[in-house]
Write a protein that binds this ligand. Sequence first.
Ligand code: UDX
Length: 434
Amino acid sequence: MKVSIVGSGYVGTTVAACLADSGHEVVNIDVDEDVVENLNDGLSSIHEPGLDKLIEKHGGDQLRGTTDYGAIRDTDVTFLALPTPSTDDGSIDLSVLKAGARSVGEALAEKDNYHLVVVKSTVIPGTAEDVLVPLLGDASNSIERRDFSIASNPEFLREGSAVTDFLDPDKIVFGTDGDERALDRLHDVYHPIIEETDAAVVETGRREAEMIKYANNAFLAAKISLINDIGNICKEFGVDAYDVADAMGLDDRIGERFLRSGVGWGGSCLPKDVAALCAAARTQDYEPALLHAAVEINERQPENMLALLDDHADVSDKRIAVLGLAFKPGTDDVRNSRAIPIIEGLRKRGAVVVAYDPVATENMRAQFPGIDYAKSATGALENSHGALVVTGWDEFTALSHEFERMADPIVVDGRRVINPKVLPDGATYEGLTW
Ligand code: UDX
């Protein structure tokens, strides 16, 4: 099939590269000329395991980049993978998505056969129906001709494993208004993946599909916050929350995943989506108490981590290492990373922050240009009076004699990645929930 994808961010680029690899002819449209040029040169503009190989293989060939929306006319289906960022009250800002949809509509005005537009961006239930259908119909002058339809196909991929998540998903959700042509075309696009995996295909309405994405992320966020809440109680009672979670996870009804307690959840999706769902609920006069609590617990975890350091040291004017800046391992994304409140808290205490991350340093430097960045974990630990482990990178698990370089070996672990047995004699080790 010929597929166009609007937006070359984390989702759009991954979907584009994976669909090209599945045998489709893909064109990825973005306003950023550098990103487009990179794609055509076979280079990835983002750090995502496996993505660079796919782009190297298909870029400029089966996968092309362009800034021209006109490219849509030569395709059978267009995915909208544009950002829906948070506004100050947590609700989502649809302006980028709407502008993209308008440009798609204008391109479709000059197309004379049926076209499917698929919303990949995360949007509040009713957005496809109430906002995008009229907008596209208007821009393409074709609402009466009914020669386009809009479907919802939310994305569940995780940063750091986005390529494998897309090519081997647990589920694929098709939300349509019942138009068989839309459903058929979605099946055609996903055919290679459905054939080769045991992914469940969920056919549902558009509003339901839009809600499934929010419900999914709200559940995951609440699951982590619940285990963090339990973990905080565990810490008070001298109980190891990881032993508790391991046993809990053996119950099929609970499941072992997303039970890692610690400094909490960040990233571009969980915080934004929970906030958007709360804001949407509020417009209907419903206050989602559990989701509010999930957010509150999450905001408390970095403070709890700093308080553990305070218990052992006055960090004012002291060099303190922050190990890990990415919101999770496997990505260079620092959006809503728990490292942000940690760095802010350390600076408020007057500490001299020395941060290290294997890939996310430059992204964090844009946010905190005034702190020191080490080139290695060893460099960050050197002469430091405390270390806070914020991201669960594997390379931190391998650290051992490096801790001997600390002036004062106090280690607060927010991700359960340091083995306290490797620390030098007399060192202090604090786990956040263990
Ligand atoms: C999430 C959803 O998982 C994905 O389905 C959706 O499409 C996008 O949002 P992502 O943001 O990439 O994916 O990361 P995820 O793996 O879900 O982790 C989110 C945050 O939770 C990270 O900060 C991670 O460190 C934290 N986390 C995760 C925990 O603290 N404990 C856990 O047990 C799992």
